[in-house]
Design a protein around this ligand. Sequence first.
Ligand SMILES: Cc1ncc(COP(=O)(O)O)c(C=O)c1O
Length: 238
Amino acid sequence: MVPYESYVSLAEKLAQRAPGNFAKKATFFTTGVEAVESVVKIARAATGRPAVIAFGGGFHGRTPMSMALTGKVAPYKGGFGPFTSDVYHAPYLNSLHRVTTADALKAVETLFKADVDPKRVVAIIFEPVEGESGFCAAPTDIVYGLRQICDRLGILLIADEVQTGFARTGKRFAMEHHGIAPNLLTVAKSLAGGMPLPGVVGRAEMMDAAAPGGAGRDVCGKPTGCRGGARGARRNRP
Ligand SMILES: Cc1ncc(COP(=O)(O)O)c(C=O)c1O
């Protein structure tokens, strides 16, 4: 892919405006699920660790890795296995199912005892608002708890904001409700106002970890999408 001005300037804007008071970079893809697949690749390249923790009820897409991350069998996983391995699920905080914040955080810690050595875990990926389990928003104490677990164990926190990004929850990013920065964040749906423009934004050194060409695409970040995203960025200027 040859970078062009609209791609680069939108990537710079996204990097400036994504949560986190540190240097960030952004890159664009073709579909939301490709942003999800790529964010896991980027995280693995940055840490050398393989395993991922995701949440019950979460939706991350319809490819082998993203189906593995998705925490909902019908209609997304039934009949489509086998899935990518080394993915472990904890229950999402969901008052409908009487899972408290303490339960949800304890369940993550239990995975480290029963299923996977935390030293092998690259990332905890979650949706700040799970759309497929009845629009459940994670309260700040669970997001804070996940951030603490990640910081303690050298695990990356990934917010999948494909659905929640760009003012769909009232702020540009749903993570802004919590004042907590993920290491990496996926975006898509509303970024370019209807034009397909998924992307990943995150810590600059992590975004640079994959070898050139390793986490990109030939056809990605289409100019029409980048122009749509630039219009949105102007409209949403704080
Ligand atoms: C949170 C989340 N992640 C990933 C995806 C996958 O995006 P796409 O359908 O564009 O591949 C979706 C799509 O609905 C989503 O809501």
